[in-house]
Design a protein. Structure first.
Length: 483
C-alpha cells in the first residue's frame, strides 16, 4: 500500500466536515473529533435552526402583508378591520420542535456522509500536545465523551472549532428570560415583549423573525442604523420596514446591563434609560473556540481577539496545522468555512488549489426582505478603494413584484468604468439569496454589463430587474464613451 496521509480535524462544522469529505475522497486517513455532533453550531444552533424558524416567520409575514391585496378570503371568524388581532398565529413550541428535529436530522446525514466516505468520527474534545515531532508528525489528545482518552498521530491537523456567543458581564444568560441565540429554541411560548440587544446580522434576523411571529420587539442598536456592516441603502430599506411593521428600533443606544425581574427583564442603557420586556435576546457578537487547545504552545499564532491567523490557503504559522471557519474570523459564513476547509485539504494533499478570494463570496441576511451581496461594496466605491459606476432599480417597477404585492427592495450593480466589468451587486428582495447567484457568476467570471443585459430572462420575473439594471449601466457607459 502506498503512503497514506493521516489527517485529524478538530471540529465538525462546515469547515471540518467539508474538509473531511475532500480528504477522504483524495485517499487520506481522516479522523474528525467533535464534541456536539457533526454540522457544528451552523447546523445545530445557528444557521439551520435560525433559518428554519425564519421560514415560518416568512410565511406569516407574506400572508399578513398581502392577503387582502391579493384578494384572499380568510375564514368567517377573521377579526374586523378595526381590531388589532392578527389573522394567523403561531405555536412556538411546535415550531421549535421542528427546528430541533431538522437540525438533528441534518447532523445525522452529515455524519453518515463522512463515515460512508471512509472518515472516522470521534465524539470528544481534541487538543494539540506540544510542538511538531522530529519525524514531522503532530499529536492530538482526545478526551472522549465517555471519559476515555486517546492520542492521535497526524501528518496534518485542521482546527475548525467555530465560535460561541459573546456574553456581557452584566447581562448573563439564564436560558429562560435572558437568552443567547443558541437558547431560543427551548422556548415553548412566544415572548410577549422581546428586547433584542445588537443590530448586526444575528440581531436583525431574530428581531424580524419574532416580530413576524407575533412578539412586540424592541431592537437596541449601539450604531446609527441597523446592519451597520451592510450596504447603507439596503439597511435603510430594512429599518424602514421594521419600523413600519411596528418594531421599536432604538439607534445609538448601548445596553449596559440586563437583569431578570420576576417574569420579565430590565435592560439599562448607557444613558441611564431603562426598558422592560418579557425576554431579552443578546446578539453582541461571538468568541472563537480556541482557548485551552494548546495552540500557542504548538506554534499557532492567535490574534488579539483569540482568532487563529491563517493565510489564503488556510495555513497557520505552525507547520502542518491549518485552520478554517469562525475560529479564524476571516468571514463568518458557513460557505467560507467550507471553502477554507476544502482549500486546506487540497493544499495538504497536493491537489490543485485556488487561494481564498473573499471578493467572490456571496452572503445573505435572512430578514424580510432578504439582503444579498457579492463583490465590492458601496463603501469600497465611496472610499475610492475601487472605481466603479452603480445603478439601483427599485423593485416597485418590476411587474412580477407588483403581481406578488412586493413593495420594498431593489437591485443594485457596480461595474468598472470603461470596461463595464461587473464587480459587485446588492439585491434586497424576497428570496434575494436565490437572485444573487447570477450576479455572483458575473463577478466570479469578470462578465460585463453588456453580457448580462443580452442574456434572456423570463417575463415576468424578479430576475428581470438584474438584466434591466445591467442595460441601464450599459447605456450610461455607452453615453460616457461617446462623450
Amino acid at each position: 500500500m502506498g503512503h497514506v496521509t493521516r489527517i485529524v480535524i478538530i471540529g465538525g462544522g462546515p469547515g471540518g466536515y467539508e474538509a473531511a469529505l475532500v480528504a477522504a475522497q483524495l485517499g487520506a486517513e481522516v479522523t474528525v473529533v467533535d464534541c456536539d455532533g457533526l454540522g457544528g453550531a451552523s447546523v445545530l444552533t445557528d444557521c439551520v435552526p435560525s433559518k428554519t424558524l425564519i421560514a415560518t416567520a416568512e410565511v406569516m409575514t407574506t400572508f399578513d402583508s398581502s392577503y387582502e391585496e391579493l384578494g384572499i378570503i380568510v375564514a368567517d371568524d377573521t377579526p374586523p378591520i378595526e381590531q388589532a388581532a392578527r389573522v394567523v398565529g403561531v405555536d412556538l413550541g411546535k415550531v421549535n420542535r421542528r427546528v430541533k428535529r431538522l437540525a438533528l436530522a441534518q447532523s445525522h446525514d452529515i455524519t453518515q456522509s463522512v463515515t460512508r466516505a471512509g472518515g472516522r468520527v470521534m465524539r470528544g474534545r481534541g487538543r494539540l500536545t506540544g510542538a511538531q515531532q522530529t519525524d514531522g508528525v503532530r499529536r492530538v489528545a482526545v478526551e472522549a465523551v465517555d471519559g476515555s482518552t486517546e492520542t492521535l498521530i497526524a501528518d496534518a491537523v485542521l482546527i475548525a472549532t467555530g465560535a460561541h456567543p459573546r456574553e456581557l458581564a452584566d447581562a448573563q444568560p439564564d436560558g429562560e428570560r435572558i437568552l443567547t441565540w443558541t437558547q431560543v429554541y427551548d422556548l415553548d411560548e412566544l415572548p410577549e415583549e422581546l428586547i433584542v440587544v445588537g443590530s448586526g446580522v444575528t440581531g436583525a434576523e431574530f428581531a424580524g423573525a419574532y416580530q413576524a411571529l407575533g412578539s412586540k420587539v424592541t431592537l437596541v442598536s449601539s450604531r446609527d442604523r441597523v446592519l451597520p456592516g451592510e450596504d447603507p441603502d439596503a439597511a435603510a430599506v430594512l429599518e424602514d420596514v421594521f419600523r413600519r411593521r411596528g418594531m421599536n428600533v432604538m439607534a445609538r443606544s448601548r445596553a449596559e446591563s440586563v437583569k431578570r425581574i420576576g417574569d420579565g427583564v430590565e435592560v439599562t442603557l448607557s444613558d441611564g434609560r431603562v426598558i422592560t420586556g418579557s425576554h431579552c435576546l443578546m446578539a453582541v457578537g461571538s468568541i472563537p473556540n480556541t482557548a485551552g487547545m494548546g495552540l500557542e504552545e504548538a506554534g499557532v499564532r492567535l490574534k488579539d481577539s483569540g482568532h487563529v491567523w491563517t493565510d489564503r490557503v488556510s495555513r497557520t504559522t505552525a507547520p502542518g496545522i491549518y485552520a478554517a471557519g469562525d475560529c479564524t474570523g476571516v468571514l463568518m459564513l458557513a460557505s467560507v468555512a467550507a471553502m477554507q476547509g476544502r482549500i486546506a485539504m487540497y493544499h495538504i494533499l497536493g491537489d490543485a488549489v485556488t487561494p481564498l478570494n473573499l471578493k467572490t463570496v456571496a452572503s445573505n441576511v435572512f430578514t424580510d426582505p432578504e439582503i444579498a451581496t457579492v463583490g465590492y461594496t458601496q463603501a469600497d466605491v465611496d472610499s475610492g478603494k475601487i472605481a466603479a459606476k452603480d445603478v439601483k432599480l427599485p423593485l416597485l417597477r418590476n411587474p412580477r413584484a407588483k403581481m406578488q404585492g412586493i413593495r420594498d427592495g431593489f437591485v443594485k450593480l457596480f461595474a468598472r468604468p470603461g470596461t463595464g466589468i461587473v464587480v459587485g451587486g446588492v439585491v434586497v428582495s424576497p428570496r434575494a439569496s436565490e437572485l444573487i447567484h447570477p450576479i455572483s457568476i458575473a463577478v466570479d467570471n469578470n462578465l460585463t454589463v453588456e453580457q448580462i443585459a443580452s442574456a434572456f430572462t423570463v417575463y415576468p420575473s424578479l430576475s428581470g430587474s438584474i438584466a434591466e439594471v445591467a442595460r441601464q449601466l450599459h447605456t450610461r457607459k455607452a453615453a460616457e464613451d461617446y462623450l
